[in-house]
Design a protein around this ligand. Structure first.
Ligand code: EPU
Length: 337
């Protein structure tokens, strides 16, 4: 465990933004984590997980703590279900692989999501009809102030759409060290009705899909729409899909009857931000090295050397135009620093 000074964070954020950490340390165990938290620097801490849900718009004049604990283990198993624990620093997609290889079902729809296991609960990652909360059993965290280990059960986490207690009341108070998942070991419940999954399975002539088939379908769909961060810097959906009231929706629908929407409840409607951004004329547009992905307008991309500020300026420009055109405010999904 060694503190480095003035380290570039380019390789530690999927946007590929080249900004500096004044100090940087990587921790591989709870003991190392506790040691850092016990040091006098703990008041000046910036916690970094997989770096896949953050836009760094400036240098970080603090100690950047890279949570890098590894390990996956089966905690218990019966005929139907299995509880699997993964340490926070495990790469999410590698964890999905592990589960597929052991025929543990439940997270196949979450294939290929960038980021780490430890940050997945913070924003309750979700895709193709499944959210992390559907398979979440509990997580273990260290409280920054007390160094105590705290166990959060599912009901403690107050999961919502791209939301949890770790983005609200518990924000910056805990460091998640491991997550426990409840998965199926038999009779997997497949979710194939969302989006194009069923179409891809039909095209391949797969009638009784396995969890691996579903994963392959999700990978094919994602790869066709979402850029690979290793090739083109990005952070997945930059904005959340806005949820508007039934009254707002009525007005919106009269003006834009062609817009797609999902009914969240009789009084709340979700409008795809990608549609709003495309309609506002930004899809595929490039401003210097900052741009809007050509195949999915929700995704902002770094063509190489964009600064975080350039990406953020573009986001604000998009937000303003969408508000002016539709009267709807779209909020960032990524954390902006
Ligand atoms: N749409 C457009 N133009 C676009 C993009 C989308 O018109 O450029 C329309 C589509 O035609 C479709 C609707 O918007 O009618 C929804 O599009 P899509 O199914 O691609 O999903 P999304 O709502 O844009 C959400 C998640 C994604 C997740 C997909 C699939 C959010 C903010 N995003 O996107 O999550 O992969 O559903 O489940 O909820 C992420 O969070 O990083 C992410 C990629």
């Amino acid at each position: 465990m060694r503190i480095e000074e003035n380290r570039s964070l380019k390789l530690f954020n999927t946007f590929g933004i080249d900004c500096n950490a004044r100090y940087f340390i990587s921790v591989n165990s709870k003991e190392e984590l506790r040691n850092v938290l016990a040091s006098e620097r703990k008041n000046d801490l910036f916690v970094l997980g997989g770096g896949s849900n953050i836009l760094l718009s400036r240098d970080i004049n603090a100690l950047v703590l890279h949570v890098d604990m590894k390990g996956i283990q089966v905690l218990s198993q019966n005929n139907e279900e299995v509880i699997v624990e993964a340490q926070a620093g495990e790469n999410w997609h590698e964890f999905v692989h592990f589960c597929l290889a052991h025929d543990f079902g439940g997270i196949e729809n979450l294939s290929l999501i960038p980021g780490n296991v430890g940050t997945a609960p913070i924003q309750n990652i979700g895709a193709y009809g499944v959210e992390l909360k559907d398979v979440f059993e509990s997580c273990t965290a260290i409280e920054i102030d007390t160094l105590e280990e705290v166990h959060f059960r599912k009901e403690d986490c107050r999961f919502g759409y791209r939301d949890s207690i770790f983005k609200q009341q518990a924000k910056n108070k805990f460091i998640i060290t491991a997550v426990q998942f409840r998965l199926t070991s038999k009779n997997h419940k497949l979710h194939t009705s969302y989006g194009d999954i069923q179409r891809v399975l039909d095209e391949k002539g797969i009638v009784n899909p396995s969890i691996n088939d579903v994963s392959q379908a999700v990978i094919a769909i994602r790869s066709s729409k979402l850029p690979d961060p290793k090739l083109l810097g990005n952070s997945g959906s930059f904005f959340k899909n806005p949820i508007i009231s039934d009254l707002e929706f009525k007005k919106f629908r009269i003006q834009f009857p062609e817009a797609p929407y999902y009914e969240v409840s009789p009084t709340a409607f979700k409008i795809p931000a990608g549609w709003l951004i495309e309609k506002a004329g930004f899809k595929g547009k490039r401003f210097g090295d900052a741009g809007v992905h050509a195949k999915q307008a929700l995704v902002l991309v770094n063509y190489g050397n964009a600064s975080g500020k350039e990406i953020w300026d573009l986001a604000l420009r998009i937000q303003k135009k969408v508000r002016n055109l539709f009267g709807i405010t779209i909020e960032p999904e990524v954390n902006v620093y």
